[in-house]
Design a protein. Structure first.
Length: 453
């Protein structure tokens, strides 16, 4: 190959790389970026660790041997690279710490490491004692969210968003039974809820909804919902029916325990998941679209209704997990100004997701009792990124996520496709949505629950 041909080929490759980097960052990373990033890490590793103060001085033994051999003092030692693995969004670097090093030092230095290795972001976490993992992202994965083609789905664990480190963010109802979803208008809160319904539609689960905005958000998805309420009066009745269902479920569990000295430990249960499959009630996911509409009041009659609603909600989030009832509460604000019982209700919501909010006080409603850093991250969500949110839980951990855009048509199609999975819940038949304009043969036969023995 002549020199001119080689130069032309090199220019074409460089131009293709620049175009891909701008228009298709994921393709650029998989073709060019991952090789360049691994080269930077290998070449710069020792100097970067030294510049960031992530090295340890030589041991006394090495210093003594150097003096005995009349040699210069050995250099400081870096953490040892155990493994470097490329991913579809970045690199995963696993390091073995030297004696005297702390995982917190690496977590505090992630911003300096990001600049030094020319990566978009770096997150540090401790794998086990003496081993940490640096998860690096090569590009802004939240700019154009692309969920992996294959995501784990097991039981009631569903993928809901993409995290800033390139990993999938899951919602596991058995691990985190109740959650709060905050966000201002046009922040992506409704899209997050829509995506939840789309992922839950294929599962063996009953969906129950309360949408006091005249049903504009949830009633288009009605074919997959076992019960719906579009006003506070119906919501009060629906919540009390769920409380009654919860009590009946506990009676089934008690009847099946039959605890005696010869009963195996594996057959003793305190929730529905230990029941025989033919007796296990269908788990229920309750979605409340705008909680403020349930808590506001203007006269004495509405005050009594509000007390019924809040009391039922508090009982469901306190006791509903073992009965297989899981609660998702959405709202623009969720503070004490909504009245008595709101703080108690919020304290029972382990999962927290906050989209863009209009003031710091709203962010504190979600994360003030969890992590001040999460409050700051929530107030920094840009307006031009709807769907971006901060997700946390009661352990204090939090992460930035962004939900893939899910249109109403996509959610409706998923609900219509899996309408045959919609169970009829005993005691909630009066709240089953009416579907006008559909012929009888267009409505799939409902799934009925197994009758308790």
């Amino acid at each position: 190959m002549s020199t001119n041909s080689f130069l032309v080929l090199a220019l074409v490759v460089v131009a293709a790389a620049l175009v891909l980097r701008r228009l298709r960052p994921a393709w650029y990373w998989l073709t060019f970026g991952v090789v360049l990033a691994m080269g930077r890490v290998v070449v710069r590793y020792a100097s970067v660790m030294d510049a960031c103060g992530l090295t340890v001085p030589p041991s006394r033994l090495r210093l003594a041997l150097a003096r005995m051999a009349n040699r210069p003092a050995p250099d400081s030692r870096c953490p040892r690279i155990v493994r470097m693995r490329p991913t579809r969004t970045g690199l995963v670097l696993r390091l073995k710490l030297r004696p005297g090093q702390d995982a917190f030092d690496f977590a505090a230095s992630t911003d300096r490491l990001r600049h030094s290795f020319s990566m978009h972001g770096i997150a540090s976490r401790e794998i086990k004692s003496g081993v940490i993992e640096l998860r690096m992202t090569g590009y802004d994965v939240l700019k154009r969210v692309q969920m992996p083609a294959k995501a784990e789905r097991e039981g009631l664990r569903i993928p809901v968003a993409l995290r800033e480190d390139g990993e999938v963010h899951y919602r596991d109802y058995q691990e985190v039974p109740h959650s709060l979803n905050l966000g201002a208008t046009k922040s992506g809160k409704s899209v997050f809820q829509r995506h939840l319904v789309k992922e839950l539609a294929p599962l063996h689960v009953a969906l129950v909804g309360i949408d006091c905005k005249e049903g504009v958000e949830l009633f288009p998805l009605a074919r997959r919902f076992s019960a719906l309420a579009d006003n506070p009066d119906d919501a009060a009745g629906l919540l009390e029916a769920l409380v009654k269902r919860m009590a009946d479920t506990y009676q089934v569990i008690r009847r099946e325990q039959r605890i005696s000295a010869d009963t195996p430990d594996a057959e003793i249960t305190a929730d529905i998941w230990g029941l025989p499959e033919h007796l296990r009630p269908v788990p229920v996911v309750l979605l409340v679209d705008e909680v403020a509409e349930l808590a506001l009041l203007s006269n004495a009659a509405e005050k009594k209704r509000r007390e019924r609603i809040i009391t039922a909600l508090v009982r469901l989030v306190q006791l509903g997990r073992a009965a297989g009832i899981y609660v998702e509460i959405c709202g623009q604000r969720f503070g004490a100004e909504l009245g008595d019982g709101i703080t108690m209700l919020r304290a029972q919501l382990t999962g927290r997701v906050s989209h863009r909010v209009n003031d710091e006080a709203s962010a504190k409603m979600a994360f003030a009792d969890i992590s001040p850093d999460a409050v700051l991250a929530t107030t920094q969500i840009p307006v031009e990124r709807p769907g971006m949110a901060v997700a946390g839980d009661s352990t204090g951990g939090w992460v930035r996520i962004r939900t893939p855009h899910t249109s109403m048509r996509q959610a409706v199609t998923a609900c219509n496709t899996h309408a045959h999975r919609t169970p009829v819940l005993e005691g909630l038949e009066p709240f089953r949505p009416v579907l006008p304009g559909l012929d009888a043969f267009d409505v799939p036969a409902p799934v009925t629950e197994p009758a308790p023995a």
